[in-house]
Write a protein that binds this ligand. Structure first.
Ligand code: GLY
Length: 368
């Protein structure tokens, strides 16, 4: 990480398929035009949704025009996960074609995780791939989904079942955008921040436990530092294993049980909250199995509780097992789970569905 004037921090991601920079700071949207200019010549088209577009799209397009970049008419889709489907994706691709974007041109994905996923996939598919610049406006998108090149839409059969690895040409994260994120959504995203701290940064976990993250404007400098550190943690994993054959699986910490809780709640519980609950349950189970110490598990649970996130789930084990058995990451009759070995180090273990049932039972609350 290096400082880049006016407090903007730069993280270089050396992914195998493409290297790029993530720019994190307060007021970074003003620099967007010059950042995009450095990624190539050509026109741009902003893809955004109905909540975020009215807040930031004009500022983004003005910054592009100030850098002498031609801006095509923006594409806006209805906000929310239900839009992450093949029909909306098709509409975006037709829109890019109607605007006659060419292979020299670029998509600007402006919004949270849904926008990054669907606009990133549109960029990956259109003309077999054009540049995409990710401009995340939610905490989840800043610390996780905008970095690493995963793009996708959902099918009726499940989330993110159609997608591509398509790395962005740059990521521009302006923490000032977080002031407009509803508090409940901001807190929910802290589940992924805590996951990253458990994976790679014990000091960050302790700091977050003592002083939970807040989106207050007076905390901008801290937010930029914490977002940057999260991007560095994710960068290190993605650079080692872009396609999730090995190390990248550790980013699924908390997700095996978390995804099952999310699906069983019919997606009424936020993704980050489900990851937090899944993380705590896996940590408790790991402590019972002797894969980590009780203190490691307790430190994780303390940090999750300090943020007001759920530390477990009362959903029946059979229901969770049903969803885990249908997880897209299943291998035959077994599943790769990620276990905290200590704070700062996670391990991937392959377990049978029967062992997974035992882990869910061991992960229940009340035994701290
Ligand atoms: N969110 C997990 C990953 O990008 O691999």
């Amino acid at each position: 990480m290096s400082d880049k004037g006016m407090g903007t921090r730069l993280v270089h991601v050396g992914a195998a398929s493409r290297a790029y920079d993530v720019h994190v700071g307060a007021g970074t949207l003003d620099e967007l035009g010059s950042i995009v200019h450095k990624t190539g010549n050509g026109r741009t088209c902003v893809i955004t949704e109905t909540n975020v577009g009215p807040l930031y799209a004009n500022a983004v397009e003005n910054s592009l025009r100030e850098a002498s970049i031609d801006v095509a008419e923006r594409l806006t889709f209805p906000a929310g996960e239900p839009s992450k489907n093949l029909a909306v994706l098709g509409g975006l691709l037709e829109g890019l074609a109607e605007r006659e974007l060419t292979r020299d041109d670029a998509v600007i994905a402006l919004g949270g995780g849904v926008t990054g996923d669907i606009a990133g996939l549109a960029a990956a598919l259109y003309l077999r791939g054009i540049r995409v610049i990710q401009v995340p406006t939610s905490l989840l998108a800043m610390v996780d989904s905008s970095v690493g090149g995963k793009t996708a839409v959902d099918l009726a059969a499940g989330k993110n079942l159609v997608g591509a690895f398509w790395q962005p040409s740059a990521v521009v994260a302006d923490v000032r955008c977080l002031a407009s994120v509803p508090r409940s959504l901001f807190v929910d995203s802290c589940g992924e921040v805590i996951k990253h701290a458990v994976l790679a940064d014990a000091a960050l976990l302790d700091e977050l436990t003592e002083r939970p993250l807040s989106s207050s404007a007076s905390d901008e400098e801290r937010l930029a530092r914490v977002v940057t550190r999260n991007v560095e943690i994710k960068r290190d994993v993605v650079a080692a294993d872009e396609r999730e054959h090995g190390a990248r699986q550790t980013l699924n910490l908390g997700h095996t049980i978390g995804h099952a809780i999310e699906a069983a709640s019919d997606f009424t519980l936020g993704h980050g909250s489900c990851v937090a609950a899944g993380l705590c349950m896996m940590a408790r189970a790991a402590a019972h199995k002797g894969w980590c110490t009780g203190e490691t598990s307790a430190r994780i649970v303390r940090c999750v509780a300090a943020h007001g996130l759920p530390t477990g789930s009362d959903l029946p084990a059979d229901l969770l097992l049903h969803y885990m058995a249908h997880d897209k990451k299943r291998h035959g009759d077994s599943v790769n789970i990620v276990v905290p070995a200590e704070i700062g180090r996670a391990e991937v273990r392959r377990v049978s569905l029967g062992e997974l049932r035992e882990l869910v039972a061991l992960g229940r609350e009340g035994d701290e």
